[in-house]
Design a protein around this ligand. Structure first.
Ligand code: NAD
Ligand code: MG
Length: 398
């Protein structure tokens, strides 16, 4: 983005506007009408929520993932006197991500469905606020190459990666070693089942798994947080974002979720970013970077927090973390296979077709079954994603 673009009102597309991150993004945008204008809002099935967002934000375009409610939404917005164009389908999602008059794209679709529009935003050289970690996990090398090749500005929104980004020096061209970084300390709340034994874990319901103690999030990431797959996906995400090797990343369970991650330096310094657990902080950071804007988040009250605890992750009880680290070490399509198997398993768990502890079993079975190949072409990644999903579904119905 050039300096002229930075000084005028920024035009924003929010992919996945009706989700948890999408809503927080719109909350921050609404606080700064002098800085931001909404170009497009997109949603999957929540068409009524998308209508209400359109009535408030007046986007130029609204996109639904499929055409079921397209005519209904068009009529609703027209009757309300809005000029918003209503579209549907993947091509439309891609178009609003790469449109010439868009400066900023918030990538907040959940799962592999976000890959093509997020990559389109990168290839169009946008400022991309990356919440959709699955897109990067699936296509890491290709994605980061596209960021460099198209001069996109990639800002991590995942709170841990946003924290690490804030704890690194602003001139980060020489890689971690060049900056004197010895380790990235990725904090984890430990999820709602920290300290539970195998017998307790096997009986967990979707309602329990979706009730995270510190963060309010969508259902899929809530389950991922409970299995620690979220931390595994984040480890892979950190490897790509910060050019780190898996062994340079230590997972630190920190139940209060006040420190959002840390960077350790060769001189013994450990720099942390702290704040209340509210995604509007990293979202506001991404929207305004390198400036700072208000986000509606209260300042952290350290006296109320009083203490900070730390412990290692229990990988025996929560094998998904190890599966993700091993997939990153295996390279190629292994992280894409892991992600696809996990998406199928989590959906089956939320549907009550699979037990909580079997999520890791499905992921392990898919990684054992599917051959890992080089992940340097998008078609290969999408094919392998499809293959992993079919193998996972077969495992479920065996
Ligand atoms: P969510 O389920 O609340 O929202 C997902 C959004 O994506 C919705 O707008 C939904 O309509 C849309 N969507 C779902 N399936 C789609 C499809 N097939 N095609 C098009 N759109 C589709 O999820 P969330 O919690 O907001 O998370 C979004 C992303 O951000 C995830 O990748 C998650 O890992 C990441 N993230 C979330 C949080 C958080 O606090 N919620 C924190 C860090 C990272
Ligand atoms: Mg996170």
């Amino acid at each position: 983005m050039n300096s002229e673009a930075a000084s005028r009102v920024q035009t924003v597309t929010v992919l996945g506007a009706t989700g948890s991150i999408g809503k927080s993004t719109l909350d921050v945008l609404a606080r700064h009408p002098d800085r931001f204008r909404v170009h497009a809002l997109t949603a999957s099935t929540s068409s009524a929520a998308l209508r209400d967002q359109c009535l408030f934000h007046h986007p130029a375009v609204a996109v639904l993932a499929d055409d079921r409610d397209e005519a209904w939404l068009r009529a609703e917005l027209k009757n309300a006197g809005l000029a918003t164009e209503v579209r549907s389908g993947e091509a439309a999602l891609v178009e609003v991500a790469e449109a010439a008059d868009v400066d900023v794209v918030m990538a907040a679709i959940v799962g592999a469905a976000g890959l093509l529009p997020t990559l389109a935003a990168v290839r169009a050289g946008k400022r991309v606020l990356l919440a959709n970690k699955e897109a990067l996990v699936m296509s890491g090398a290709l994605f980061m190459q596209a960021v460099a090749q198209h001069d996109a500005v990639l800002l991590p929104i995942d709170s841990e990666h946003n924290a690490i980004y804030q704890c690194l020096p602003s001139d980060r061209r020489d890689g971690l070693a060049g900056m004197g970084v010895t380790q990235l300390l990725l904090t984890a709340s430990g999820g709602p089942f920290r300290g539970w034994d195998a017998a307790q874990l096997s009986k967990i319901t979707p309602e329990q798994a979706c009730a995270h103690p510190n963060w309010s999030m969508g259902r899929k990431i809530s389950v991922d947080s409970a299995t620690l797959m979220n931390k595994g996906l984040e480890l892979i995400e950190a490897c790509w974002l910060f050019e780190a090797r898996p062994e340079q990343i230590e997972v630190v369970v920190h139940p209060q979720s006040v420190i959002h991650s840390m960077v350790a330096y060769s001189d013994g310094s450990v720099i942390a970013q702290l704040g209340n657990p509210d995604m509007r902080t990293p979202i506001a950071f991404g929207l305004a970077w390198p400036e700072r804007i208000t986000a509606g988040v209260e300042r952290l009250d350290l006296f109320k927090v009083a203490r900070l605890d730390f412990e290692p992750a229990n990988e025996a009880a929560f094998p998904c973390l190890r599966l993700a680290r091993d997939a990153m070490l295996a390279g190629g399509t292994a992280p894409a296979l892991l992600n696809a198997a996990n998406e199928v398993a989590v959906a089956a768990f939320l549907d009550r077709r699979l037990g909580f502890t079997s999520i890791a079993e499905v992921v392990a079975a898919v990684l054992d079954t599917c051959e890992v190949v080089a992940a340097d072409e998008l078609n290969v990644i999408l094919d392998e994603d499809g293959r992993a999903r079919r193998v996972a579904e077969r495992y479920l119905t065996r």
